[in-house]
Design a binder for this molecule. Structure first.
Ligand code: SF4
Ligand code: MG
Length: 279
């Protein structure tokens, strides 16, 4: 027997970086998520032109501008709808949706539920800083009830949205939580998430240094789950009961079949499409 073939990846993390410089605040967790994403894509050796990054609105939703992949910086909360259409029309693309907790769980909450339910083969990365960063610090769906701010003195008193539990109940086929301060760990999760068939959801705790400076303390309090990923919904639900919102790791790997379009994508030239819009 000869030596096993050594495969050298053709891509490195910098191949996915665009010339646009991020406008994120220094120390923002989103830098870590960007780094993790580029490492994952390089590891998977996916050419940038085979990857589409779709987003809504918010600080984290600026990410498509900073990649050399195809990108779509869209409408608030509607990124998953765009991504679903794209994946069904162009199944050969690796489709990633990125955004924040406000965009994904409030404005886009309805789309989140149904994207989990439909189980189209794509990956959704939510950079969760438990605040609306771009619009200057309003409480978001994942903000703790006692977080005191000018807009909600004394806190909202409302229990936070539980993204992993909602994803599990709604049918997501892969569910994980990472921490932006550990980009290697997030990169490993993203590799698994992208490879796993169906709808993969990865919540990344990504500190907003400007409006939630106390999130710097996450580096001392996040902790990895010692458990292996659950393979049944019941086992995953049991894990969720025993873990807190700072527990990282892959929670669930399901076996649902991905949804695929039952109609053939329409093959039309750009000129034909443009002609159909002429008044
Ligand atoms: Fe990041 Fe917060 Fe600055 Fe937005 S406001 S770029 S989330 S640190
Ligand atoms: Mg946010």
């Amino acid at each position: 027997m000869g030596k096993p073939e050594v495969i050298t990846p053709k891509h490195t993390a910098k191949d996915y970086k665009s010339a646009v410089k991020p406008v994120w605040c220094p120390g923002c967790g989103h830098f870590g998520v960007q780094s993790a994403l580029f490492r994952a894509l390089a590891y998977l050796d996916l050419p940038p032109q085979q990857v589409a990054v779709i987003s809504g609105i918010g600080c984290s939703s600026r990410l498509p501008n900073y990649t050399a992949c195809y990108g779509f910086h869209g409408v608030h909360g509607r990124a998953l709808a765009v991504a679903t259409g794209l994946k069904l029309a162009r199944p050969e693309l690796t489709v990633l949706t990125v955004g924040g907790d406000g965009d994904g769980f409030s404005i886009g909450g309805n789309h989140f539920l149904h994207a989990c339910r439909r189980n189209v083969d794509m990956t959704y990365i939510v950079m969760d800083n438990e605040v609306y960063g771009m619009t200057k610090g309003q409480p978001s769906p994942t903000t703790p009830p006692d977080w005191d701010s000018k807009i909600a003195p004394g806190g909202t008193g409302i229990n936070p949205f539980l993204p992993l539990a909602v994803a599990l109940a709604s049918g997501a086929n892969f569910i994980a939580r990472g921490y932006a301060g550990d980009p290697n760990d997030v990169a490993r999760m993203l590799v698994e998430a992208i490879r796993h068939p169906g709808f993969s959801f990865v919540q990344v705790l990504s500190q907003c240094i400007t409006y939630r400076p106390e999130e710097k303390e996450w580096k001392h309090s996040v902790h990895a789950s010692p458990e292996e990923p659950a393979t049944t919904m019941v086992a995953a639900a049991q894990r969720l009961v025993g873990e807190d919102s700072l527990t990282t790791g892959v929670l669930y790997k399901g076996e649902r079949l991905s949804y695929t379009a039952h109609i053939h994508p329409v093959q039309r030239s750009l000129a034909e499409i443009e002609e159909s819009f002429v008044l």
